[in-house]
Design a protein around this ligand. Sequence first.
Ligand SMILES: NC(=O)c1ccc[n+]([C@@H]2O[C@H](COP(=O)([O-])OP(=O)(O)OC[C@H]3O[C@@H](n4cnc5c(N)ncnc54)[C@H](OP(=O)(O)O)[C@@H]3O)[C@@H](O)[C@H]2O)c1
Length: 236
Amino acid sequence: METILITGASRGIGLALVEEYLEAGSFYVFATCRAPETASELQTLVSSYPDHAKLIQLDISDMASIRASVAAVSAHTNALDVLINNGAVYPPSEGTRTFGALNMDELTDVMQVNAVAPLIVTQSYADLLRTSKNPRVVMVSSEMGSMQWTKSGGSYAYRMSKAAMNMTARTLAMDENLADAIVITTHPGNVITKMSGLTTGMMPRESASGLVKVIASLTSSDNGKFYQWDGSEHIW
Ligand SMILES: NC(=O)c1ccc[n+]([C@@H]2O[C@H](COP(=O)([O-])OP(=O)(O)OC[C@H]3O[C@@H](n4cnc5c(N)ncnc54)[C@H](OP(=O)(O)O)[C@@H]3O)[C@@H](O)[C@H]2O)c1
């Protein structure tokens, strides 16, 4: 059974990814989130699949939490096949978005969660990934991290952080220290979630279903690429 770890699984696309993998039936999912005690939907889902899922506390911006999560996962398996770095923030504050009101601490906080943390989480899970026969690391990034796609100002922290995440994926893909792992970055589409605030667009399950198909079809020739949820390549 392939093992999958998903960060930020309390809601939105992360929760939908857990649902997709568990309904598929042939995966063991480490569903991680910052506050398991309040993640009631995730708790209910995981408890319905006691042989296929474990709920683990993981605040990706907290090193002690990352270490404790690695220990908890290691108690169940010696190999992680797929790491999905999904958890992220997109604060509505002017201090992260609007030129003229930008705030050093607020910008830095977003960079830490969205760009630095996924790299450190990946490094922390590297031993478990190296033990897998087919390790894959997936960044749930955004079109907003694409230089070529960007046609307007604003949203500085989020755009900068997702651009950095894309570069992280590209660099990890070339890094011999991560052995033979296939590393990709992705845009999940415009999805109706708390973060996006969209009222029209894809439901999380549609996006997650596409991402699961993309991940299932990865080969070494995909290493370092930027994919959309539907399997098409995204511009950088
Ligand atoms: N929705 C879209 O249209 C869209 C478009 C492009 C990219 N994306 C990307 O898709 C991913 C999922 O976003 P979403 O739309 O599903 O948003 P969402 O519903 O707001 O979910 C974000 C998730 O990230 C978690 N998170 C935040 N900070 C965390 C931390 N420090 N440690 C662990 N988890 C943390 C949240 O957990 P808590 O419950 O603890 O806050 C939540 O589970 C993100 O990477 C986002 O940038 C989304």
